[in-house]
Design a protein around this ligand. Structure first.
Ligand code: PMP
Length: 368
């Protein structure tokens, strides 16, 4: 046994529960078709895979500033690369944003049924999480604004939101920003933005270009199909980016991560194909579930690559979750996030979504 006991962490660290990822296997360890983590069912761009194989030697440190990748992102989105920072997934950047601008005594605000990392990011720097009520699972701008106090330092909003799939339109996002004091940082987490119809642009990039207190984060983990490479990026005013750059991990993107993401940025067709596949399959899945309304099953409107479904009838979310696992599908049940009555389904291959809808119908009819 160790001679000395482990030191006691800070009290705000003690309050943190570890992030719980979507499961990838059943109770008996059997691999299942995984529709629990919003990964891309189409995999990765072939060009990105080829770039990965050709990435520079692992014995050498990577470019610490991800220069080529930032330049390519800047070209694609018409942003000065000085206003772009890459991160080890967008998760690193969300955490950095909270750490840079909030601390003990400060408040970090976000909506109920939001991405669970916001609470971890807030607590990790000693700030107090403040949770605004939702409006039928969507983001309620008035509720958020009513909770802003002189202690508020950071507001997180995911658009589209995970796990609800809800989307805050451009005018509502602008209203949220306009209602915040300028010393509050608004972080718009656009992890799922590539799935949103182009005509529904929420205007976040324009807000980040025009104002010093808006940070937009994006990821390669979803539509780009690169969750395993851990690449995200953020844009905001140069001053914001410089601050976050000082506290990020050095060499935060590996050689292969930079090479793969660079090739992926250039393969716009793969992302477009992913978006169209998602659009069609999501609509088909939602339509199939809408027919189960008489069983208390309700798919919520989604602009993302997943659908949150509530179960208010005889078939409960828990029973449906277990029944789907028996049939080889692992989806996300979220009792720990206040959603014991809901399941989140990543939009996978069309045949899998058809099989899931049929299984839900069968289970609902059997439990009448
Ligand atoms: N934001 C949201 C809303 C997410 O759902 C996720 C992934 N679950 C992330 C950020 C973080 O993803 P990554 O760190 O892989 O970029």
């Amino acid at each position: 046994p160790a001679k000395n006991r482990a030191p006691t962490p800070k009290p705000w660290i003690e309050a943190i529960h570890a992030y719980v990822p979507g499961k990838s296997s059943g109770a008996d360890g059997r691999p299942l078709i995984k529709l629990s983590a919003n990964e891309n069912p189409l995999g990765t761009s072939p060009a990105a895979l080829a770039a990965r194989a050709a990435a520079v030697e692992p014995s050498l440190y990577p470019d610490p500033d991800s220069t080529a990748l930032r330049r390519a992102l800047g070209e694609l989105h018409d942003i000065d690369p000085a206003r772009i920072l890459c991160g080890t997934g967008s998760g690193e950047l969300l955490t950095l944003a909270a750490s840079a601008y909030a601390g003990p005594g400060d408040e970090v605000l976000y909506v109920r049924y939001g991405f669970s990392l916001y609470e971890i990011a807030a607590r990790r720097c000693g700030a107090t999480p403040v949770v605004a009520p939702d409006a039928d699972y969507g983001t309620d701008v008035d509720a958020l604004l009513s909770l802003v106090s002189e202690r508020t330092r950071v507001v997180f909003i995911a658009n589209p939101n995970n796990p609800t799939g809800s989307f805050l339109p451009r005018d509502e996002l602008a209203r949220l920003h306009a209602g915040l004091p300028s010393e509050v940082l608004l972080v718009v987490d656009q992890a799922y933005v590539e799935y949103v119809a182009p005509e529904d642009d929420d205007g976040a990039l324009a807000l980040a270009a025009a104002h010093g207190n808006v940070l937009v984060t994006r990821t390669f983990s979803k539509a780009y199909g690169l969750a395993g490479e851990r690449v995200g990026w953020a844009t905001g005013a140069t001053e914001l980016i410089e601050v976050l750059n000082r506290i990020r991990g050095p060499f935060n993107l590996s050689n292969s991560a930079q090479a793969v993401a660079l090739a992926a940025v250039r393969d716009v067709r793969f992302v477009e194909h992913s978006r169209l596949h998602n659009l069609q399959t999501r609509a088909r899945f939602v339509q199939a579930l809408e027919a189960l309304g008489n069983h208390g099953i309700r798919p919520l409107p989604s602009e993302a690559n997943f659908v949150l479904v509530t179960f208010e009838g005889a078939l409960t979310a828990e029973v449906a979750y277990n029944g789907l696992a028996e049939r080889g599908y692992i989806v996300r049940w979220l009792p720990g996030q206040g959603l014991p009555h809901a399941l989140r389904f990543t939009v996978g291959h069309t045949h899998d979504m058809d099989a899931i809808a049929a299984a839900l119908r069968q289970m609902a009819e059997a439990s009448k």
